[in-house]
Design a protein around this ligand. Structure first.
Ligand SMILES: [Zn+2]
Length: 234
């Protein structure tokens, strides 16, 4: 089971990185995976997570351009994290979080490289995530709905004045359904601290916030069961 979880994690990260590149480079329309540099179609064995990189000795076999080490490292870390999820959660919640993290990773990479996200992918993926987590929606408490209105209302006002991104508001609105109020507050705190220090130590004036939200979710899921995912009011 854990080997399958590792393969699944590595494959999901590999898919997320390829998908994010397509969003970043709009000229890439090929459905089949291609080399970032020479745009040649990749063979099936080149697509195997981690091993594809090792088999090619870190260089494209067509143009010999070095393949970024970020691919195998990201795939390996994804594999390890999915193993962690399957170790600490039962099978269905682990699958739910695996799918949520894959979607978030694509959004985070797109936001990081382009400072924007595709609306179709945000709303389509968000609806998919809501469907996957439908069991949580039925268990939602009144206080969570009240908090949802307060948080989303406040962020929407900030977004209307361009102080905050609409995509970030949508994601936090979604998180307030998926996570308990305390867990959500900690995710936002981690993301805000990360974004604050990144702004302080970089020359950027606009900072992508989704990568920091993703880091917040990863930390929360790593620290489970410190932060219970099921809400029980008082
Ligand atoms: Zn190439």
């Amino acid at each position: 089971m854990l080997i399958i979880a590792f393969i699944l994690g590595a494959a999901c990260v590999s898919f997320a990185m390829c998908q994010a590149i397509r969003f970043v480079d709009q000229t890439l329309t090929a459905q089949q995976s291609i080399c970032d540099h020479c745009h040649q179609h990749l063979k099936w064995w080149q697509l195997i997570p981690i091993f594809g990189y090792l088999f090619q000795a870190g260089k494209c076999i067509n143009c010999h351009f070095p393949i970024s080490i970020a691919y195998p490292i990201g795939e390996f870390l994804g594999g390890i994290f999915f193993v962690h999820l399957f170790l600490f959660f039962s099978v269905w919640p682990a699958i739910q979080f695996c799918l949520l993290l894959t979607w978030l990773l694509i959004l985070a990479l797109e936001d990081f490289f382009t400072k924007t996200v595709s609306l179709k992918f945000l709303l389509g993926g968000g609806s998919g995530v809501l469907l996957i987590f439908i069991d949580r929606i039925f268990k939602i408490h009144l206080i969570q709905i009240e908090l949802w209105i307060i948080i989303c209302g406040s962020l929407a006002i900030l977004s209307l004045n361009n102080y905050f991104g609409w995509a970030d508001t949508c994601l936090i609105g979604l998180f307030s359904i998926l996570f308990t109020p305390v867990t959500l507050a900690i995710i936002i705190l981690i993301a805000s601290c990360g974004a604050f220090f990144a702004l302080k130590f970089s020359n950027q004036t606009i900072l992508p916030f989704i990568p920091w939200l993703l880091i917040g979710v990863i930390i929360i899921l790593s620290l489970n069961p410190l932060f219970p995912l099921q809400f029980s009011p008082f």
